[in-house]
Each structure stands twice: as structure tokens, then as C-alpha cells.
Design a protein around this ligand. Structure first.
Ligand code: ZN
Length: 210
């Protein structure tokens, strides 16, 4: 019996394609996963998010061992596993090198100015993790620790990782963040990105809690 069903694999392929087509995961960068049964379904190493097929989604256990599939799992598999083992409420993770978002990570800046109501609704700050070698255990642990209190992190000189209850929700949040950064840069060119007043931010958060 197959460990991974077709629908779960297709769900990954669907959102991976959208990620690429939104310009959020260039070339063969990025990786995407979901919790599945007693393990993780994850994209294979070195795959383009746009061109993946079922064979590019593999099933691994929480130690990163391949349980089903013919390809090598993403080299960031331990980072995904670190997040899932620390957070029961996170079921899906997207890691990508979205150029617009990564610009903040390259500039060494966390994203924190509440310039839009929908940003203020979800986040006070997108924290920035120091640079660690991609795919390293050090990076995985640093991301895992950050996810004790956050659902998203910027990886210095690297990219962004975001977790949520489903891949759809993770994609929407990441897309929101991409839009935020695009607006931020545009506003800076036009004279300066201005924050919503403090009172406005607390109003938004109150509204969300209802
Ligand atoms: Zn990466």
C-alpha cells in the first residue's frame, strides 16, 4: 500500500506551481511540505516548483529518512522536521527565496513597519535569523527555535520560511508578505512608507479577535 495518496501529492504540486508563477520561488530554489500520516511529504531536492510532478514529492519520517519515493528529499528536510516537531498546529511549510521578501533578509532587516492593515492583523514583526549555511543543522535548529513563537522567519542572505495550518493558508500569507514588500518599496520610492498609527494597529487586532 502506498504511504502517500495522490490527492496530497497533487495539493503540493498545485501550490508549488502557484508559488513559482507568482515569481516567489525562482529557478530550482525553495521547498514545500505537509505533515502526512506519521511523516512528512516534501518536494525533492533540486526541483523547480513549476515543473514538479508526482515523482518529485517524496515521503520521509521525522528524522529525514526516505520512506517512499525515488528521489532525494529536499536538503532542507531537517528544517521542516524541526518546525513540525515543535508545533502541533503547523501542518504545512513553504520555504522560498522570493526576491522581494529576500531583499529584506539581504539588507539584514526584519519586516516590522505596520504599513497595511492586513500585515498588522497577522504580525508585529517578521523576525530575522542570522546567516547559517543552507541545509545545515544549525539553520534547522535556529528556525525551529524561532518558530516556538513565530509562524514565519526571514533567513539572512537566504530567504523566508512560513508555516500554517494548510498549504493554502501558508501560500496566502506568503503572498500577502510579498505584496507588503512590493508596496513598501514603491512607497519608499515615492517619499517614504508610512506606518498606520498605533491606535489603528490595536483597532485592527481587536477586530481580528472578535
Ligand atoms: Zn533556501
Amino acid at each position: 500500500m502506498e504511504l502517500a495518496d495522490k490527492d496530497s501529492k497533487n495539493n503540493i504540486l498545485f501550490w508549488a506551481k502557484r508559488l513559482y508563477q507568482r515569481g516567489m520561488s525562482p529557478s530550482v530554489s525553495g521547498n514545500i511540505s505537509v505533515k502526512h500520516k506519521d511523516g512528512i511529504l516534501i518536494s525533492a531536492s533540486g526541483t523547480c516548483m513549476n515543473d514538479m510532478d508526482e515523482n518529485d514529492v517524496v515521503f520521509i519520517d521525522y528524522d529525514g529518512n526516505l520512506k517512499e519515493g525515488n528521489k532525494k528529499p529536499s536538503s532542507e528536510k531537517i528544517m521542516h522536521s524541526e518546525i513540525y516537531t515543535r508545533r502541533d498546529d503547523i501542518n504545512a511549510i513553504i520555504h522560498c527565496h522570493c526576491p522581494l521578501i529576500t531583499a529584506f533578509a539581504v539588507a539584514g532587516l526584519p519586516i516590522k513597519k505596520p504599513i497595511l492593515p492586513d500585515f498588522a492583523l497577522y504580525w508585529d514583526e517578521i523576525p530575522l535569523i542570522p546567516y547559517y549555511c543552507p541545509s545545515s543543522a544549525d539553520l534547522a535548529v535556529a528556525v525551529g527555535e524561532c518558530f516556538e513563537k513565530n509562524n514565519v522567519a526571514l533567513l539572512k542572505n537566504h530567504g523566508v520560511v512560513l508555516g500554517d495550518t494548510s498549504l493554502q493558508n501558508a501560500f496566502y500569507k506568503l503572498d500577502l508578505l510579498r505584496a507588503y514588500v512590493e508596496i513598501y518599496f514603491g512607497a519608499e520610492v515615492l517619499g517614504g512608507a508610512m506606518a498606520i498609527p498605533k491606535k489603528g494597529v490595536s483597532e485592527i487586532k481587536k477586530l481580528y479577535r472578535k
